[in-house]
Design a protein around this ligand. Structure first.
Ligand code: BGC
Ligand code: NOJ
Length: 810
């Protein structure tokens, strides 16, 4: 069942009912100011950091679902309605929400009045714009009262939802004309305030929630709206809000537009005040000046649209498959941008106060983002590496505002260091910019011990080399990519965090998955050594990789598939010997995509076992059989009910690993079958089962053991975005950036048909035409600017050549 449809020409998803199975959201903002907005106008905004600088309040766990957003109430006679349906939930005569690239639009109508609301965050200002047009489509005059409503968060979102004994006494505002300023804590250590403004005269305002709503009301029935008037309240403590009351008289056919600005404003510490107790409004005035006219807003909106058009043109496919076209050209790349910006911090499932920027998460996000804005990827790599420790290990997470490692979670996830090699290698393969390796980068933000980035990578590599267990396989530490495989934790009491309880090191528990990663990124490290002329180091790296491959094949092979790990007692995890959790997806995907067992047959066998034991109609499950009881020696993985999350859920993130692995073995049909099963656009038809947004990937789909098999959860912030984009663009469509140039070696289903790709790469553009001739894999002929070349890599041969026309015969 569908709740909307794709409008590919406009790059929008059009939702045609507010009653989607779950809130279907979008992200606004590009760099510093961000908002989440749902299809019923729910959501919240923050500046740089969803935990530390949150502008508006959102209620996770709220009932009704998706409570609090930026709301507009249209009071037309006795009828009150909202353009996004919530919070009054008045039945609308028509409703449409269009989520686009960095903006959302709501078109709705009731009783002869139509509302068109456009909301977006401009490219270079720290604010969110709401442009609301009301049109009288009836035959008689309309006297409408329009109310706005935002509820301010007292900045630190964690403190805001816990420290009521203090917070209910700190709230402060100022109101000047149509501008409401939220300035809680500005009197002391903050140098920022929020602005909520409308570009027209107002009848009245409210800034105290109790006065606007009524103490025992919710936003669904504010007293002020019911009475038709705001009260002019000035908040002091309690719950500051921003509400405007605007009279809108409309003749038949007439349209009037109001522009609302939600702004974040910052002043220098020594210039905070206009006069005693009165905030310096200079930054707010700048925002008001820029955006209080329709011309100003339209200009900013066009800038945003142009920005996305240019960005998305960097990789464009034109194939016979509309799902592939739309995911590759629009939504998958868009989600890659969002995951790059957010890491795993703020979504409708990530509260924005927990997990800041993940070390491994952000490194992987780079894989799907680096081709879009390489300079921002470069900056991010340096930020991430700056949180690494001297011994190569890493803080598992860092806070986006401070860029400092998060000591609550600490380190000890032994896959983390290797992901830094993955991200850096992707950046250099994309740009050819080896100067990044010479950058001086601190450890744990301590400049006194800074070294080159190259040395950081060496320490990442060495971390695995020096942390091996009894079988010569990598020690797992607290966990590897699978945060829930906690082999050294042994937690027996509720409330202990699986990620921090117990020793961070254990001398026995080993991960075959990290082994596979080491082979993959050890080779990429060796390639970087070669590129930099460090041949001794290259040789050492290659030897270490070979040693690891041997260890995997000797101690990590179970006969039909790769073992997952050895636990702290030296027992196998993910082996036929186990009662539950006999086979896991991660080592099959990563060992095979790294080439382990490719020549000797284990790779092929492992993938056939995945197909036989782990596949389902909605995707490949993470393990089978599901754990039915808690295993203290395995940790969080066995804490989930069977079929959910890491316990036999379909963890979308590692489905592309298996798809990539299939391409490594040349199986185009199977690689694409895997791609299809989790591809949002293909799932649109089953939105009633899948429930999450059909335009983005979710972290998880419930596995076959779960009650709700096929149900998606945790949409948006998942490494699935970057990995699927890598899979489809670099392995299936086959345009893979190497250190020297673009390799073009597709691996596609035999009925895929011919396709074209436009790719911007290292200051040149590539127009690639692939004649597939019914083949799954194998390039027979490659013609570059009229010349046939050998091999499959197009090496830019002259920096003055800016256009490459490439024809591929398969
Ligand atoms: C989740 C994991 C996540 C981990 C760390 C666990 O509860 O299941 O997916 O990686 O928390 O935040
Ligand atoms: C989500 C986390 O963000 C990611 O770091 C982890 O790899 C997966 N869960 C699997 O546990």
């Amino acid at each position: 069942m569908n709740y909307g449809s794709f409008d590919d020409n406009s790059r929008e998803y059009v939702i045609n009912t507010p009653k989607t199975p779950l809130p279907w959201i979008n992200y606004l903002g590009n760099k510093d100011f961000f908002s989440l907005v749902s299809n019923t106008c729910g959501g919240y905004s923050f500046y740089k950091d969803a935990k530390l600088l949150r502008l508006t309040r959102y209620r996770y766990n709220a009932c009704p679902m998706d409570t609090n957003g930026k709301y507009f109430y249209i009071k037309d006679g006795d009828t009150v309605w909202n353009p996004g349906w919530q919070p009054t939930k008045t039945d609308l005569d028509s409703y449409e929400c269009r989520h686009g690239m960095g903006y959302s639009r709501f078109n709705s109508s009731k009783n002869g009045v139509s509302a068109s609301l456009l909301t977006f965050v401009p490219m270079s200002d720290t604010c969110e714009i709401h442009k609301l047009s009301l049109t009288n489509e009836s035959g008689s005059d309309k006297e409408i009262t329009l109310f706005s409503y935002v509820e301010f968060c007292l900045w630190n979102a964690m403190d805001d939802m816990t420290n009521f004994q203090r917070n209910l006494s700190t709230g402060e505002v100022e109101v000047i004309g149509s501008a409401i300023y939220h300035k809680t804590e500005y009197r002391e250590r903050r140098n920022h305030y929020a602005l909520w403004y409308v570009n027209t005269d107002i009848e009245s305002f409210d800034t105290s929630r109790d006065d606007f709503l009524g103490v025992y009301n919710g936003p669904d029935c504010p007293d002020a709206v019911k009475n038709g008037h705001c009260t002019g309240s000035v908040a002091s403590g309690w719950y500051p809000v921003g509400c405007h009351e605007v009279k809108v008289s409309l003749k038949p056919g007439e349209t009037k537009t109001c522009i609302f600005i939600l702004g974040y404003c910052e002043n220098p510490d020594d210039d905070k005040w206009e006069e005693k107790g009165v905030i310096n409004k200079t930054p707010a005035k700048k925002l008001i000046e820029k955006f209080s006219t329709e011309e100003g807003v339209d200009k900013a909106f066009n800038e945003l649209k142009d920005y996305w058009a240019t960005l998305l043109s960097r990789f464009h496919v034109d194939s016979e498959n509309p799902h592939v076209n739309r995911m590759v050209n629009i939504w998958n790349q868009y989600q890659c941008m969002v995951t790059f910006n957010m890491s795993r911090s703020a979504s409708y499932y990530e509260s924005g106060i927990g997990r800041g920027m993940g070390f491994r998460d952000s490194c992987q996000d780079l894989l799907g983002f680096v081709h879009l804005i390489p300079d921002r990827a470069r900056e991010r790599i340096i930020d991430i590496a700056s949180t690494q420790f001297k011994d190569g290990s890493a803080y598992h997470q860092y806070q986006p505002l401070t860029k400092k490692g998060n000591s609550d979670i600490g380190s000890g996830f032994n896959d983390d260091p290797l992901w830094l090699i993955a991200g850096t290698s992707a950046y250099i393969r994309e740009t050819g910019d080896t100067s990044i390796l010479d950058e001086n980068v601190p450890y744990d933000n301590d400049w006194s011990v800074a070294t080159t980035l190259f040395e950081h990578l060496t320490r990442s590599f060495n971390y695995t080399v020096t942390h091996k267990g009894p079988h010569g396989l990598p020690l797992i530490g607290r966990a590897d990519w699978n945060d829930c495989l906690n082999l050294n934790c042994f937690s027996e009491h509720p409330g202990e965090s699986f990620q921090t309880f117990g020793p961070s090191e254990g001398p026995v528990a080993e991960s075959i998955f990290i082994g596979g990663m080491f082979v993959k990124y050890g080779k990429e490290y060796a390639d970087l050594c070669a590129l930099c002329g460090k041949t001794d180091e290259q040789k050492r790296a290659e030897d270490e990789v070979a040693t690891m491959e041997k260890a995997i094949l000797s101690h990590g092979w179970d006969g039909e598939w790769f073992i997952r790990a050895y636990d702290a007692n030296g027992n196998k995890v993910g082996s036929n010997e186990c009662e539950e959790g006999k086979i896991y997806i991660e080592p099959q995907g990563f060992c095979v995509l790294s080439g382990v067992g490719k020549e000797t047959g284990e790779a092929e066998k492992a993938l056939r076992s995945v197909e036989k034991y782990l596949d389902s109609k909605y995707g490949i499950m993470i393990l089978q059989p599901a754990y039915t009881k808690y295993h203290v020696e395995l940790g969080e993985i066995s804490s989930y009910p069977p079929g959910y999350k890491e316990n036999a859920g379909i963890f979308c993130h590692n489905n592309p690993w298996v798809s990539i692995a299939e391409t490594v073995l040349g199986h185009g049909n199977r690689a694409f079958e895997i791609y299809k099963k989790t591809c949002p656009s293909y799932l649109e038809e089953i939105s009633d089962i899948h429930r999450t947004e059909p335009y983005v990937y979710s972290q998880m789909v419930a596995g076959k053991d779960a009650k709700f098999f096929g149900q998606g959860k945790n949409s948006w912030l998942t490494g699935t975005a970057a990995w699927t984009f890598t899979d489809i663009s670099q392995y299936i469509l086959g345009v893979y950036p190497t250190l020297k140039g673009l390799s073009i070696d597709p691996c596609i289903p035999s009925d895929f048909g011919d396709f074209k790709i436009h790719r911007e790469y290292r200051n040149a553009s590539y127009d690639i035409e692939v004649h597939t001739n019914g083949s799954e894999k194998g390039v027979k002929k490659l013609i570059v600017n009229g010349q046939e070349i050998s091999g499959s890599t197009v090496i830019p041969y002259d920096e003055n050549v800016k256009e490459y026309k490439v024809t591929v015969e398969m």
